[in-house]
Design a binder for this molecule. Sequence first.
Ligand code: NAD
Length: 360
Amino acid sequence: MYTITLIPGDGIGPEISEAMIKVVEATGLKINWDLQNAGEEVYLKEGNPLPERVLESIKKNKIAIKGPITTPVGTGFRSVNVTLRQALDLYACVRPCKSFKGVRTRYENIDLVIVRENTEDLYAGIEFKKGEKDTLDLIDFISSKSGKKIREDSGISIKPISVFGTERIIKFAFEYARKNGRKKVTAVHKANIMKYSDGLFLEVARDVASRYPDIEFEDKIVDNMCMQLVQKPELYDVLVLPNLYGDIISDLAAGLIGGLGLAPGANIGDEYAVFEPTHGSAPKYKGLNKINPLAIILSAVMMLRHLNEFDAAMKIEKAISEIIQEGKFVTYDMKSPNDSTPPVGTQEMAEALAKRIKSY
Ligand code: NAD
């Protein structure tokens, strides 16, 4: 019996979590879900969107699965998702993007893994608001040290990239490649422009790569990487990126395999692991029983593999593959325009998967 922290999240989070539980439990595994709420409703009640009890639960159980949590734009609290990754030092975000046969996409046979650094870069949360005294002091300081003028009505976000943070994420990418029989790691950056942040990332990446002669290494500038992924995605294998580029390229790669509804993810540190889909809380679909639950279900598959529950993981993947190819019990986003049969809802898709898994 496992005890796993479950954070359903908000927006479509609770409904996809319910679907995920149905599918995981159909494998026969006994799981005690330690339910923990976080996000806006908790913020309104308790004044903190990520109360200490949520972090304590993950620290105790070592493993969690979560639905998406809405981040207010510009105002309100900081992203719970980013705070969680930083608080538990979940420094590696792993997002596999693999084609399933039968999914309507422009590409076939995509098999990419995005490894995104999760704690540094412009997402470190070090920001200075326009017009505040500290911001004006910082502007003065920068001007005195660099001779560069920053306009006084600027807001500032800081982009730290360290040797420590880079070394461990690059190592993680190479270790992942070795463990999973992957052939090549591509480091993605903009070192030609940001010499001291991305430049450092590249320098450290080259150094770490020299310790893994069995795995091919190359680097690509991020804008070129975007074009390459659209034109020749089959040339790439494991991509390792700083936080911001990792976030953006993850969505691009999700687009290659049929959209966010199919893109799972894991946030992994040395002590804890939190599994979550790549997509957000899609508020306009909240409560409609329409959204595709596969991204969180595939995140659960990653979680089961992390727990060495390979048989249960394999059964879920087999059921997903069959259900997709049959095309009957799938949500709206997976229906082709010339298919006249109606899509099913989130829970109906999960029930079809659960029934299939129980039949194996
Ligand atoms: P989103 O991923 O929530 O949705 C964008 C669009 O993608 C949706 O409107 C829908 O058309 C499609 N989509 C997303 N998930 C889908 C699914 N499971 N099945 C089918 N289609 C799907 O992105 P957004 O609108 O930019 O973000 C909404 C909120 O979620 C924001 O507050 C954002 O900060 C937050 N967010 C949270 C996380 C997280 O919890 N880790 C990640 C990304 C965004």
